[in-house]
Design a protein around this ligand. Structure first.
Ligand code: GDP
Length: 486
């Protein structure tokens, strides 16, 4: 009986409450139409304003994207080196890099910036973007096509067009832009450097005056491996629009992630085969993401056990001397044969040791309440690898599977976990990685929100030298200098 395998859904639900637009070729990207059928937790509803903004953004992408006359004109302008006064279309090119979690949260928040500034959003295709994700916008492509006139992959601190450098050297000045200073004197593009080694001048990106200046530059190339959205909330000019787009502020990544990142058919195959084999029959699914540098660690194992049992995510196991409890064979009757269906636990990790031990413990010992707990780990790749297709496919599939669980335990500081929690729509229990090597006093705590943490935000406000926090943009628990939306 497959009826309990998948949820019955309406088309509106499959389109995530209007977040997604109908009219894509279903064969080219199964996940776009099927994800809601597999998700046990339907997630938050997008605001009508976000839905209509996305439709306008899609129209902009079609009107100005690669292959259009407007795009060809904009490339000519780029080659000329100067910005025009009122260009037909303006662009953000996003260079996301490092691990997959980093790339996903950086892309999502770069897209938010493009929406806030009415720019076309294009992504650097060199980091497997096309391998992992379907095209998000109908009738156009978000990939920068071959033959782009700038070799932006090489852009870094020493790039002369780096925004922070041009501001520092006085090549660009915010006081000159509102007056008569001709836009023709502005460069055709600026490179926004938002890596961990950004300077204070690079961080001016998050200031109102600088955003006014930047709005006159036709092309912005942004390099970031992090979630810049909390920084955008600090820009006063964006605040009202952000409030209208996200009346539930903690669901920014949740909606943008579900809008943008549809696994390609190959990755969707990994996800659905796993789901049908391991999740479909389960009473409950618990996801545990273990991201530690060690192959094995009894301290972390103890931490996982204490966390999941104290927080009642998993039942306690009996000691060796305890008597085996009588297995109840009458109620509850959900499994059909008078037995409760088991709880499935998905462990993701680069190493197999934690899984082996957890699985062994729940096989060798009975649980106090008679609940049967089944563990599985889809892969153990041993080391993080870059640019290896099968490795990236598995990483994406595992993040996605974690997001399909009913409860989630993540490792602090990890962007891999941030993606899973954001897509799921749940606040996770976070394993405190700083504690891992000492005695476990505080094994895990519930996160403040499901939003990712921005690890390297602007530290001070733009006008006054005070800590840049707002009531709904706070320091992260797992990364105290970071900022997150709550
Ligand atoms: P972060 O380093 O924890 O912030 O997460 P990232 O996703 O940015 O980078 C870690 C990378 O290591 C992933 O993208 C994967 O390539 C690999 N990796 C880490 N943990 C896992 C895991 O549990 N499963 C798989 N398949 N890969 C992992």
């Amino acid at each position: 009986d497959a009826s309990f395998l998948h949820r019955k859904t309406t088309l509106h639900e499959r389109l995530l409450g209007g977040l997604l637009v109908h009219g894509f070729d279903q064969e080219s990207c199964h996940s776009r139409y099927q994800s809601a059928v597999y998700r046990r937790n339907p997630g938050r509803k997008p605001s009508q304003y976000l839905v209509s903004k996305l439709r306008r953004q899609e129209a902009l992408q079609r009107r100005c994207g690669p292959g259009t006359a407007a795009y060809a004109n904009a490339l000519e302008q780029l080659k000329s080196g100067k910005s025009v006064a009122s260009p037909e279309c303006r662009y953000v090119v996003s260079i996301s890099y490092r691990g997959l979690g980093n790339r996903i949260i950086s892309t999502a928040s770069g897209f938010l910036y493009a929406m806030l500034t009415d720019r076309v959003f294009l992504v650097d295709p060199s980091t497997s973007m096309d391998e992992l994700f379907c095209e998000p916008f109908p009738g156009t492509s978000w990939l920068v096509p071959p033959g782009f006139p700038l070799w932006y992959q090489g852009f870094y601190l020493s790039t002369p067009e780096r925004y922070g450098k041009m501001r520092e050297d006085g090549v660009l000045r915010t006081d000159a832009v509102n007056g008569s200073a001709a836009t023709g004197e502005l460069p055709a593009f600026a490179y926004i450097h938002l890596d961990h080694n950004q300077t204070d001048h690079d961080k001016l990106f998050f200031c109102d005056d600088d955003q006014r200046l930047l709005s006159n530059i036709q092309w912005l190339i942004i390099r970031s491996d992090g979630y810049i959205a909390p920084g955008l909330f600090l820009v006063e000019a964006f605040q009202e629009e952000l409030h209208r787009l996200f009346p539930e502020r903690d669901a920014v990544f949740h909606h943008l992630g579900r809008y943008l990142f549809h696994p390609t058919n190959r990755v969707w195959g990994l996800i659905t085969r796993y789901y049908d084999a391991h999740f479909a029959w389960a009473q409950r699914v618990v996801g545990i993401q273990v991201r530690v540098p060690w192959s094995e660690s009894p301290e972390v194992l103890k931490q996982i056990k204490t966390c999941t049992q104290n927080e009642r995510l998993l039942p306690a196991v009996l000691g060796e001397e305890d008597e085996e409890p009588l297995v109840k064979t009458t109620a509850p009757r959900r499994g059909g044969r008078g037995r409760a269906r088991p709880t499935a636990v998905l462990i993701t990790s680069l190493k197999a040791w934690f899984y082996d031990n957890m699985k062994g413990m729940y096989w060798e010992r009975a649980t106090a309440n008679g609940e049967v707990v089944v563990f599985d780990q889809p892969s153990h790749e041993e080391v993080q690898r870059y640019g290896v297709k099968s490795h990236e496919h598995k990483a994406w599939a595992e993040m996605y599977l974690l997001s399909m669980a009913d409860a989630l335990v993540t490792s602090g500081e990890s962007t891999f976990g941030y993606v899973a929690q954001g897509l799921s729509g749940m606040r996770p229990w976070v394993l405190d990685m700083g504690m891992a090597n000492s005695t476990v006093g505080w094994p895990c705590g519930r996160d403040m929100s499901m939003e990712p943490c921005y690890h390297v935000p602007p530290t001070y406000g733009c006008k006054r030298r005070e800590d840049a926090v707002l009531p709904h943009v706070r320091h992260c628990k797992d990364w105290p200098t970071g900022l997150k939306i709550v």
